[in-house]
Ligand binder design. Structure first.
Ligand code: GTR
Length: 427
């Protein structure tokens, strides 16, 4: 018996260790650069110098330089998106009062384009007749995982398997209801006077590599061929396109102020939020939460996730031209500080997490800082800090940054700061 229980103890310890190691490996794959001393020397393009060496001296000069930078990101990184094909159409909507009368929950079915996918837009706003500002962010596992109300429909589209959320065989289920509500502090957002608008990203474009036949890509073939050309849109651009169509829909909502919509996203959806901010100037502010490689982190540092790794793990996220920079980050004509600058003068908040080395917190901070010259030119202010800050020391301004203590996640602490950030231009 004693032997058995000791044996059991050893087995349990080994299992525990294996689970821990697997978790650690997932968070931080081995064989990549995590040592600051080993970061290679690199040159970053100056945001205020054109490719031909001419310097930008005023706001109209920046508009031209911005166009130059934008075209490089379009053709080399995210891919060109088709223009809007016509008005979005709402096929159905319903409203319910929630939070003891403090809020209204509305669901809208939105057709993104003729013959294209229909997405379900969840809007939770403070009760009343006032037009309120909003946060718009895509979610990873379905609207029903965001808030536990029984009226929120369970997505019928493809979802990533997740047994905790009852997502099995790539189908979502009731079990997931409210399962991700820790990422969406609805009550806090409503109490602060904001609406939360969210949609399941997989309804815009399912997140797997199927040769771009499904989702928004299938409905809007970019050219003659079904598959996007090397400079045409990948999934990140597809999700960003969806965000813009949701914003079209918000422009018709009576109780939302569509001029005060902050686009926000975590991780791959943080990359998406940054590209949405760059492609659609109607977004009043942009928040990138732990977006990492291809998001806010500088690619040329090659710290944590690299261009080659991301193009290999997720071949559908970027355009095919991005592959030519695998192991050749130094040849990239842009880096991610310029992506942030594309949203200027609109406010951008970049946030990292201290244990999320895969996303390169310091690289995210540096990109924010190096976007400052553009903000200084246009607004007189840049990022308010000149050193990488300690944990939980937010610097909030037109350019904002914090590194939260902890792991890759979107937490109430992050939201607390995002609300302060949005208050600067939304209240
Ligand atoms: C990781 C990927 C990151 C990040 C993350 C996520 O596997 O390497 O770039 O986007 O996924 O979106 O959850």
């Amino acid at each position: 018996m004693i032997i058995h229980s000791r044996y059991l103890q050893i087995v349990l310890t080994v299992c525990g260790l294996l689970i821990f190691m697997e978790h650690a490996a997932k968070a931080q794959p081995r064989g990549y650069l995590y040592d600051e001393q080993k970061v290679p020397e690199f040159d970053l393009p100056d945001p205020l110098v054109f490719l031909d060496g001419t310097r930008v001296v005023n706001a109209s000069g920046w508009e031209k330089r911005r166009q130059e930078i934008f075209e490089i990101f379009e053709s080399q990184v995210y891919g060109r998106s088709p223009g809007k094909t016509g008005p979005v159409s709402v096929s159905d909507s319903s409203s319910t009062v929630i939070l003891n009368g403090a809020a209204v929950l509305k669901q809208v079915r939105l057709k993104l384009t003729d013959g294209g996918p229909t997405v379900s837009v969840l809007i939770i706003r403070p009760a009343g007749e006032k037009k309120v500002p909003a946060f718009l962010g895509l979610n990873f596992m379905g609207n029903h995982t965001v808030f536990p109300h029984e009226s929120i429909e369970v997505t019928t589209g493809w979802v990533r398997n997740d047994s905790k959320l009852g997502a099995v065989g790539n189908r979502a289920s009731e079990k997931g209801r409210g399962g991700k509500s820790d990422r969406w502090p609805v009550q806090k957002i409503v109490e602060a006077g904001y609406a939360l608008v969210t949609t399941y990203y997989g309804e815009i474009d399912p997140d797997f590599d199927d040769g771009f036949r499904n989702g928004i890509h299938g409905a809007l073939p970019a050219g003659d061929s079904k598959r996007p050309a090397a400079d045409e849109w990948g999934s990140i651009a597809g999700w960003a396109y969806g965000l813009s169509r949701i914003l079209d829909c918000l422009e018709t909502e009576d109780f939302l102020d569509a001029k005060k919509v902050t686009v926000l996203g975590h991780s791959r959806l943080g990359k998406t939020a940054l590209w949405a901010g760059a492609t659609d100037s109607r977004f009043a502010g942009v928040i990138s939460n732990n977006s990492g490689c291809g998001g806010a982190a500088l690619s040329k540092r090659t710290f944590g996730e690299t261009v080659k790794r991301i193009n290999t793990s997720f071949p559908h996220w970027f355009c095919d031209n991005f592959v030519q920079y695998n192991d050749r980050e130094n040849e990239l004509p842009v880096d991610q500080h310029l992506l942030i600058a594309l949203s200027a003068p609109r406010p951008v908040y970049v946030a990292s997490a201290s244990k999320d080395l895969w996303a390169d917190p310091r690289g995210e901070y540096l990109a924010t800082r190096y976007a400052s010259p553009v903000y200084k030119l246009l607004t007189g202010k840049g990022l308010g800090i000149r050193e990488f800050p300690g944990n939980n020391q937010p610097s909030i301004g037109v350019l904002s940054y914090h590194c939260r203590e902890g792991r890759h996640d979107l937490t109430p602490y992050d939201w607390e700061n995002y609300i302060k950030f949005a208050n600067q231009y939304s209240r």
